[in-house]
Design a protein around this ligand. Structure first.
Ligand SMILES: Nc1ncnc2c1ncn2[C@@H]1O[C@H](COP(=O)(O)OP(=O)(O)OP(=O)(O)O)[C@@H](O)[C@H]1O
Length: 245
């Protein structure tokens, strides 16, 4: 990994990836991705199955796999590429993973409390319950017995229980009925209205683009489109080619 930035992010970039390359063992997956986000922007990270979206999110969150072998990741001038996953989380990068990772054997409330770190810079538990009344009603229920939509809410709420500077939502609508998708969409819109910088990965590209300011498309680990969400919605050819919508 480079020790010092070659160019560094643009001065107004809140978050930046600079030529990031990441591998699972010998498998070369994220192949030189660069992008920038301003504070409060929502970016849709799109692409076909296996394009490398989840891998890019995991690289940003500094998961052990895939390993970032080259490139830089910057959040508010801090070199995230030099951090472990717990340090990235403490720096404010919160990943809501596709599989939601609710902790078995613990209630909703215990799942939330476990996410908090001292001193608490995230939302208080009562504030979370005000925004997620369904979780409040089920605070003493074991987390893994919640419905899919409720588990998704708990997973997002756990991210908010920590300080969030960059929220990474990996397929938040996956496997949910349309009515629940709309409920989660409202929650995400509320998060956007609070100015939380967000990257959303979604198979449901139209839903992601409704929310996003900007969009990028990954194909075989490389960016093939960067532009506004509207530009992509208006470009049927591009959508057909890379998103099959
Ligand atoms: N742990 C792993 N070890 C080896 N290869 C992996 C691993 N995880 C993912 N891959 C491979 O990396 C590539 C990108 O996967 P990734 O999950 O990032 O894609 P994606 O765009 O998120 O796809 P999807 O939309 O299907 O979730 C795929 O070819 C996948 O098989």
């Amino acid at each position: 990994m480079n020790a010092a930035p070659v160019t560094g992010p643009a001065p107004d970039a809140f978050f930046a990836l600079r030529d990031v390359h990441a591998y699972y063992g010998e498998s070369y997956i994220v192949q030189g991705v660069s992008l920038e986000l301003r504070k409060g922007e929502v970016l849709a990270l799109l692409g076909r199955n296996g394009a490398g979206k989840t891998s890019t999110m995991r690289a940003i969150a500094r998961a052990d796999n895939p390993a970032v072998m080259r490139g830089e990741i910057w959040l508010e001038g801090q070199p995230v590429h030099q951090m472990k996953s717990w340090q990235a989380s403490q720096a404010g990068i919160q990943l809501v993973p596709e599989d939601r990772r609710i902790i078995p054997g613990m209630t909703v409330e215990e799942n939330l409390i476990l996410s908090q770190v001292a001193p608490n810079k995230g939302w208080e538990i009562e504030q979370i319950y005000e925004h997620f009344p369904r979780l409040a009603e089920r605070r003493n229920q074991e987390g893994v017995t919640l419905s899919g939509g409720e588990q998704q809410m708990l997973s997002v709420a756990r991210a908010l229980a920590r300080e969030v500077k960059l929220l990474l939502l990996d397929e938040p609508y996956e496997g949910l009925a349309p009515v629940i998708v709309r409920e989660i969409e409202h929650i995400v819109q509320d998060i956007k209205a609070r100015g939380i910088t967000t990257i959303i990965v979604e198979q449901n590209a139209v839903a992601a683009l409704r929310l996003a300011d900007r969009a990028v498309i990954l194909d075989s680990g490389e960016l093939v489109f960067t532009g506004s969400a509207q530009e992509l919605l208006d470009d049927a050819d591009l959508r057909n080619r890379y998103l099959a919508i």
